[in-house]
Design a protein around this ligand. Structure first.
Ligand code: HEM
Ligand code: HEM
Length: 196
């Protein structure tokens, strides 16, 4: 089978990049939806034992000592809470690695699409089908760049991009549903498989 696309249909490179993307995206969503990004609450109780004993039970010096211990503990707890806050939205390392890989593969696909002609349309696709399929392809490629880019910027400190990161997923799912709709309704799957 030729490497490049042509009259025969999609070549090996386009097909391999297509299914590599599908695999990586499936893995990435599985990781994204299951990873732990929640803030862990440092449960530190700063009331020293004996504090409840008040009044005549403890001397002033003892009360002062307990107060100082409690103050130091509260300072430590505050520092810990700040450190945990800073980590709040940190994704798992696997999520970052997969995201960067996907960005590289997406850019390789866009470059390859420019270097090799697209094959002739399948004759079963009318003008509307062609327009819809083309729109799904362009949107899918755009979200494949937008998802990792918004993720990287998010980690670099642009916290308000959480909404953009999640919105890009929703656009991706809508485009994927339309992509699958056209591909399956028109029986186009073999064009991307190593069957012909
Ligand atoms: C194609 C690439 C990517 C996909 C498909 C993806 C997918 C996801 C998904 C499904 C979630 C869970 C969202 C939710 O709970 O509703 C998520 C969260 C997150 N992702 Fe990604 N991600 C990608 C790339 C990246 C990259 C490259 C980074 C950073 C370097 C990143 C950083 C994050 C962060 C920080 C969160 C947590 C956001 C929060 O606070 O809920 N993502 N991602
Ligand atoms: C991550 C998900 C997906 C993305 C980003 C994606 C993207 C694309 C793109 C950009 C093309 C145009 C060819 C190219 O430039 O590479 C294409 C074609 C195609 N895709 Fe997908 N796709 C995805 C998932 C799927 C799935 C799950 C299937 C099958 C069940 C599928 C079946 C096809 C077929 C059959 C074609 C050829 C259509 C034709 O020209 O007749 N795709 N896809």
């Amino acid at each position: 089978m030729p490497l490049r696309n042509g009259q025969h249909g999609y070549g090996v490179v386009t097909r391999s990049l297509h299914w590599l993307t599908v695999l990586l995206v499936a893995a990435q969503f599985a990781v994204g939806y299951t990873m732990e990004t929640e803030r862990r609450d440092p449960r530190i109780d700063c009331d020293p034992p004996g504090e409840s004993r008040g009044g005549g039970d403890t001397s002033d010096a003892e009360e002062d000592r307990l107060d100082r211990i409690e103050e130091r503990c509260e300072e430590r707890r505050e520092r810990l809470e700040e450190a945990v806050d800073a980590q709040e939205d940190r994704p798992s390392p696997l999520h970052v690695v997969l995201g960067v890989l996907l960005l590289v593969v997406a850019l390789a696909r866009v470059t390859w699409r420019r270097l090799t002609p697209l094959p002739p349309w399948d004759p079963r696709l009318g003008p509307d089908g062609r327009r819809l399929l083309h729109a799904t392809e362009v949107t899918l490629l755009a979200t494949l760049v937008a998802m990792p880019l918004s993720g990287l910027l998010l980690v670099a400190g642009a916290d308000d991009l959480v909404a953009a990161h999640v919105a890009a997923h929703l656009v991706f799912f809508a485009a994927l549903a339309a992509h699958l709709g056209v591909v399956l309704a028109r029986g186009l799957l073999p064009r991307m498989l190593p069957l012909r």
